[in-house]
Design a protein around this ligand. Structure first.
Ligand code: SF4
Ligand code: MG
Length: 333
């Protein structure tokens, strides 16, 4: 496996009237060719901002890169111009955003919206654009493609619109697709169909996926590895199996207790995590989760926990994982 995307110490902030918001603080992770990496966390944890940094879609200003690097095929993204990014978006790194209503242009025909991905690529002829659009619409399971090609978004159902979004993300044959909560607005049946479709397309096309969600159930179905974010930082990362069964971080454990478990019966009580995420205007000096953590110790409020490697490829930023820390069994409901 080769590293396609390598993010190191990414730190991105926004200047606002209230001060500087530190949205992403020292985030590092890699994505290898063909794998699916999930980024999970509550809203405001920095997962969407991280995704938008990879595509340079955060407005600058008010946003700005404080430090770090984002290497795509060994090339730095952060220093690329708008013009260079327009060539990369869609063709190298595809993306699917949250809400199909806001991300498809209601005044533009489906076919044209898909072909927009080629806008910065005059070398691709009109004829080829249409052929590729039609081909990808078929691949995402849209019937009666010639007619759909001419339709507007309002003529499509929610699930169908999401298929069009996926088609648009894949038409340029990118090596990575970033999907930010693409199924959140769909009902469960349609969501399951869309996840199956993504999985199938990934197998066929070999595309790597970064899947952003607040839902660990979706992560379990789709992802190889997972990155758990809290307060703009990565608190735990590893293979999905390790995260679910060798959980290292109290926040991850809280997330697991607050979503329906696939491996347990349905009537298990779900326990939401109490409290609210940290204020990112002035993030705590110590562990970002300390104010909500039932295991918090003195050191947690004073010093940021470093990353401890629990097993190969499984990292956890929590003082409980220090070799001298007391043995604690996280409560699993
Ligand atoms: Fe809880 Fe301390 Fe671990 Fe943070 S470092 S999650 S406060 S035990
Ligand atoms: Mg978001």
């Amino acid at each position: 496996e080769s590293s396609l995307l390598k993010i190191e110490d990414l730190t991105f902030s926004f200047r606002t009237y209230g001060g500087v918001v530190k949205a992403v603080r020292g985030v590092s992770f890699e994505v290898n060719a063909g794998e699916t990496v999930g980024i999970v966390g509550e809203s405001g944890c920095g997962k969407s901002v991280t995704a938008q940094c990879i595509l340079k879609l955060n407005p600058e200003p008010p946003g700005f890169f404080e430090k770090g690097s984002i290497q795509y095929h060994g090339e730095e993204i952060i220093t690329k111009s708008d013009k260079e990014m327009r060539k990369i978006r869609g063709m190298e790194i595809g993306f699917i955003f949250q809400d199909p209503m806001t991300s498809l242009n209601p005044t533009m025909r489906i076919g044209k919206q898909i072909e927009e991905v080629f806008a910065s690529h005059p070398e691709i002829s009109k004829k080829e654009r249409k052929e590729r659009a039609i081909e990808i619409l078929k691949m995402v399971g849209i019937n009666d493609v010639e007619r759909r090609y001419m339709q507007y978004p309002h003529e499509l159902s929610g699930g169908m619109k999401q298929r069009v979004m996926i088609a648009r993300a894949l038409v340029g044959n990118p090596s990575i697709v970033i999907a930010d909560e693409p199924t959140t607005s769909l009902d469960v049946t349609i969501e399951a169909q869309i996840l199956d479709l993504l999985k199938k397309l990934q197998k066929e096309l070999g595309t790597a996926i970064i899947f952003i969600t607040h839902d660990l159930g979706v992560i379990a179905k789709l992802c190889d590895r997972v990155v758990v974010m809290y307060g703009g930082k990565i608190v735990e990362s590893g293979m999905v199996r390790d995260i679910f069964y060798q959980t290292g971080h109290p926040y991850t454990n809280g997330l697991l207790n607050s979503v329906p478990r696939l491996d347990l019966s349905r009537d298990v009580k779900l326990v939401p995590i109490q409290g609210t995420p940290p204020d990112l205007f002035s993030p705590p000096v110590g562990c970002p989760f300390a104010a909500r953590c039932e295991y918090a110790m003195k050191v947690c409020r004073e010093e940021m926990p470093p990353e401890f490697e629990l097993s190969e490829g499984h990292y956890c930023a929590c003082w409980l994982r220090h070799p001298n820390a007391p043995e604690i069994q996280l409560t699993r409901f």
